[in-house]
Each structure stands twice: as C-alpha cells, then as structure tokens.
Design a protein around this ligand. Structure first.
Ligand code: CA
Length: 243
C-alpha cells in the first residue's frame, strides 16, 4: 500500500509542485495550507508521514508539531526557511525526524521521505515475538540496560531506576544506537547516519546537540557519566563504567 503523506504548505505554487512530484512517486497526498486545519487533519487522519512548513497561517508549524506529537506518533519532516537555525533545533527537539531547508532539490526531499518512512517502520517496532536479530546487544527482548537505565525498544520507553525519561525520537534513536554498540566508539558520522539517515545533509554538530540533550536528561539528573566523549573520535557507552 502506498504511503499517505500530509503536505502542509501555504505557498500554493510550492505545494502544487511538491504534490505532483509525490503523486508521481506513487504516494497518496493530502494538501493543506493552514496550521489549525493541518493539526485536525493530522490527528484525525492516518498519515504515514507529514511534511510541515513552519510559517503557516492559523497555527505555527512548530506548535502544530508539538500538539500533534502529544496525540500520536508520526514522522514529521519540517520545511524550514534558510538560516532559521532556532526553528530547526526547536523542531527536532519537539520530535520532528528531519528538516529540509527551502529552497530544496526535490530529489533530496524524496530521499529524506524514503529514509524517514524506513526509519519509522524500523523503530515503530514490529520485531516478531521472540525475535531480535542475531548480534543485537539486547538484554532480553528489545531491552537495553546500563546500570539503572533501561531502554525498551518496543515500548519506546526509557527508565532510570524506574523513573521515566521523556526523550524525543532522535534522542531515543541516539541512545539506542549507543547502547546497541556498547563499548564501541561511535563516530559523529556514524551516529549522524544512524539517527538522521544516510543522506542527511545537515550540520554534523547536530550530534553534539543531541548528546548534550541526553546528558542533561540522564547524566545530569541521575549523577552518572553514561555517555563518554572520545576526543576527536566520537562517543561511547562503556559496560564497565560504573562510577
Ligand atoms: Ca509558509
């Protein structure tokens, strides 16, 4: 079945152009140019992915994103203006899976859509019961642990000593990648590929931003040093770093 995409963009010419390209790729497309209507559509509908402009009449795209993700989990790619760095950071922090800066090459948007759909299919779990692929560093079924931390992939939940830690999708993916590869130093590029998709063309320092978020939500709160920096290389979570 074709993926259904909600395209939220108030610039009619751009919206028409993107719509035609998406239809050409075989996606089903619903178009909307108003933030408030888009939120209603997105909550009520059954979309596989949402392309969301930020500057919108009715309701700002970031606000649409925040309200939407409180209601349901759906991958959102933001369409942002050039130089709107704070929008990008706030958007990713609010749970968008990616962003693309206008003006963009349609091929790049299509590639990011494919990555987001694939990543979502992978993280929203469907690991068959008793499954888990060989070589997974799980301590049970999709569960990764480090000291008192417990990441449950299937429930998309992270607990520290029983306290739930609210993470955005990307923070979750970053943490899972590090836990999956315990004791292996992960380079920024590798982390970026895993978390943002192989053809992500944004800034690599976005990795450092997520590491900072994770540390502020876990290390700082629980007084541990979970994520170690390996200078000039990247980051690692070590099994034996009990301190
Ligand atoms: Ca706009």
């Amino acid at each position: 079945m074709e993926a259904q995409i909600l395209l939220v963009e108030d610039e009619e010419k751009l919206a028409r152009f993107v719509e035609l390209e998406l239809l050409h790729e075989g996606y089903k497309v619903t178009k909307c140019g108003n933030g408030r209507e888009a939120l209603d559509l997105a909550v009520a509908g059954n979309f596989d992915l949402i392309l969301l402009d930020i500057m919108l009449p009715g309701l700002n795209g970031l606000e649409v994103l925040r309200r939407l993700l409180r209601e349901k989990e759906v991958p959102v790619i933001l369409l942002t203006a050039r130089d709107a760095v704070m929008d990008k950071v706030s958007g990713l922090d609010a749970g968008a899976v990616d962003y693309i800066t206008k003006p963009f090459a349609i091929e790049e948007l299509l590639a990011r859509i494919r990555v987001a759909l694939k990543l979502h299919a992978a993280t929203s779990g469907r690991i068959p019961a008793g499954g888990g692929t060989a070589g997974d560093r799980t301590d049970g079924e999709g569960v990764y642990t480090w000291q008192a931390l417990r990441l449950d992939d299937r429930r998309h939940q992270v607990l520290y000593d029983g306290h739930e830690i609210a993470l955005t999708n990307r923070e979750f993916l970053m943490l899972r990648t590090l836990l999956e590869n315990r004791d292996i130093v992960m380079s920024r590029d590798t982390l970026l590929n895993r978390v943002c998709g192989y053809d992500y063309a944004g800034e690599t320092n976005i990795v450092d931003v997520y590491i900072r978020y994770l540390r502020s939500k876990i290390d700082d709160v629980f007084g541990v040093k979970m994520i170690q920096t390996v200078r000039g290389v990247g980051y690692v979570i070590k099994s034996g770093s009990d301190q």
